[in-house]
Design a protein around this ligand. Structure first.
Ligand code: NAP
Length: 214
């Protein structure tokens, strides 16, 4: 697929490399493409990237993402799947920009013709593209209102190394706030481990087993 990634930072570059290795056509979208010629990846302006893409990925700072998308314009984004990895955090990572909501919900509200799927934001960029390097399978979450958009996102996650058994659809776009707000716990775990490359796994009872009622 033609995947456009908005941003040229850690997440955009990691995902672009991961999807390129899987055979996709990737293009990074920058505010200043002429200054981003040393990334070893193709880079264009934001609108050019959106026009090229069958799937767009938001990998920009969450507090700036809506204005950035507005600068591209709703007509240019209509009908294009937007995979949102952004999280709005203060500079010291201690506060959320969308405490009673989420960036993804805001994007979906402002761009109703653009199906938004939130995923991958509960882990570091290193883990996003190398789930197999962790010590056992872990979980990646999907939130969004459009079933077809989530199916496409699931296939793209599989291409990064996330088998369907690791993908957990947690519901509509309002569930994105759970993924985004996990950022605070992520920072705590990273502090406790003194490392960023980790992930969580949702574990359940074995099939057929029930917890006895008290
Ligand atoms: N780093 C992670 O492991 C991780 C994990 C989970 C979620 N996230 C989320 O994913 C998003 C991207 O993270 P990142 O680590 O890749 O960030 P980053 O390294 O700071 O890169 C962000 C990119 O966004 C572009 N951008 C557009 N508007 C901007 C603005 N107003 N200020 C600064 N940059 C702007 C910049 O590219 P140009 O200058 O070329 O336009 C920049 O390279 C963030 O929302 C972050 O919270 C990150």
């Amino acid at each position: 697929m033609r995947i456009g990634l908005l941003g040229t930072g850690n997440v955009a570059r990691a995902l672009a490399n991961g999807w390129r290795a899987a055979g996709h056509d990737v293009l990074l979208g920058s505010r200043r493409p002429a200054e981003r010629t040393d990334l070893g990846l193709p880079v264009a302006g934001l609108s050019e990237t959106a026009a090229h893409a069958q799937v767009l990925v938001n990998a920009t700072p969450g507090a700036a993402s809506v204005d950035l998308l507005r600068s591209i314009g709703a007509p240019a984004l209509a009908g294009t799947l937007l995979i949102d990895v952004g999280v709005g955090l203060s500079d010291d990572y201690s506060e959320l920009s969308h405490p009673n909501s989420s960036l993804s919900e805001q994007i979906q509200e402002v761009f109703p013709l653009t199906p938004v799927v939130k995923t991958l934001c509960t882990m570091d960029s290193t883990a996003m593209i190398a789930p197999g390097s962790l010590d056992g399978p872990s979980t990646v979450f999907l939130s969004g209102d459009d079933a077809e958009a989530k199916r496409t996102t699931g296939r793209l996650l599989t291409d990064l190394g996330w088998p369907p058994s690791s993908q957990l659809d947690i519901g509509g776009i309002t569930t994105a706030r759970g993924q985004e707000h996990f950022a605070l716990l992520f920072m705590g775990i990273a502090g406790g481990l003194n490392a960023h490359t980790f992930n969580i796994k949702v574990v359940t009872l074995p099939p057929g087993q029930e917890v006895p009622s008290p």
